[in-house]
Ligand binder design. Structure first.
Ligand SMILES: Cc1ncc(COP(=O)(O)O)c(C=O)c1O
Length: 299
């Protein structure tokens, strides 16, 4: 926290922390994977770049540079003693000045790490997940800068997630204001139709520009698949041959059914499985290429 290693139980903040009241913190979700050489942090620099971009979008001046934040994350992973897990860097407006104007507030930084298994359940890769289209619509780029990963924006995801879970589904997909598919509550979406991968253009539909989605695009291109960025309707997902979600927490997870309509003929679909295997190998530095995607945090 702010340059100091703090014991888990002591990692506390004041109840009048500005970001707690106004949802103005920006954060990242990063995973570290086990390797023979210690934990490997996946696409560290891309995550820190997005964190600083999120801060910029909220007019928040980070007191730490890209390099300092990367060092802090490597140190936290190394000191945690964990072989793998989820890493949460956060920049937040701290205690001191209340009131809506964020500009006088001090920016604090923290990095935490904890063990976290399969976000959508251990069976998700083999059996796929059931998804509903939420009645909540994704926040519009005219309402908020949707490219920012800011805490307040997750009220939208949280409402959709609770709605889905209470209705007996694993996850929700949100439409944008025009009725096109935007993204999951914490994941981007891809569909496969006639061997072509299709994903919505994130800025147009108000989705976060996913780093997992970027990795998937690169891997799929290398495998020789065609990828199209285009607007998709829920019916396009119903009629897809395969559909899957991508995210740091969720990784790559097949969608078995959307709104109780089964997607494709097998779960996981062939291309989903192939991409997941490649992604898993990349995360552990064993794919043969893309070793620059991982940063080792030796113990
Ligand atoms: C709303 C939302 N969309 C998409 C993603 C996927 O992004 P990434 O692959 O960078 O984790 C996330 C996770 O960070 C998210 O919270």
């Amino acid at each position: 926290m702010d340059g100091q290693l703090v014991d888990w139980a002591e990692a506390k903040i004041h109840v009048l922390t500005h970001s707690l009241h106004y949802g103005t913190a920006v954060f990242e979700g990063i995973r570290a994977y086990p390797t023979d050489n210690g934990p490997a942090i996946f696409r560290l620099s891309e995550h820190v770049t997005r964190l600083l971009n999120s801060a910029k979008l909220l007019s928040m001046d980070s007191p730490y540079t890209q390099g300092e934040l990367e060092e802090a994350i490597i140190l936290t992973v190394a000191e945690s003693g964990l072989e793998s897990g989820y890493i949460r860097p956060i920049l937040y407006l701290g205690y001191g000045e209340m009131g809506l104007n964020p500009l006088p507030c001090k920016v604090n930084a923290a990095v935490a790490m904890w063990p976290w298994g399969a976000y959508l359940g251990d069976a998700a890769m083999e059996s796929g997940i059931s998804v509903m289209v939420s009645s909540w619509v994704r926040q519009d780029p005219r309402t908020l800068p949707t490219a920012a990963k800011a805490t307040g924006m997750y009220i939208n995801s949280s409402l959709a997630k609770v709605e889905a879970l209470r209705a007996g589904y694993d996850e929700a997909l949100l439409l944008n204001m025009e009725g096109y598919i935007s993204e999951g509550t914490g994941e981007n979406i891809f569909i496969v139709k006639d061997g072509v991968l299709i994903t919505p253009p994130s800025s147009a539909v108000g989705a976060l520009q996913g780093i997992t989605a970027d990795s998937v695009r690169i891997l799929a291109t290398e495998m020789g698949y065609e990828i199209e960025e285009q607007l998709i309707r829920r019916a396009d997902v119903y009629l897809a041959d395969e559909a899957f979600l991508t995210g740091t927490a969720a990784e790559i997870v097949p969608i078995r059914e959307l709104d109780n309509r089964r997607i494709g003929s097998e779960v996981p679909g062939k291309i989903t499985k192939q991409l997941r295997q490649a992604y898993d190998a990349c995360c552990r530095g064993s794919y043969g290429i893309h070793e620059d995607w991982i940063t080792l945090a030796k113990h």
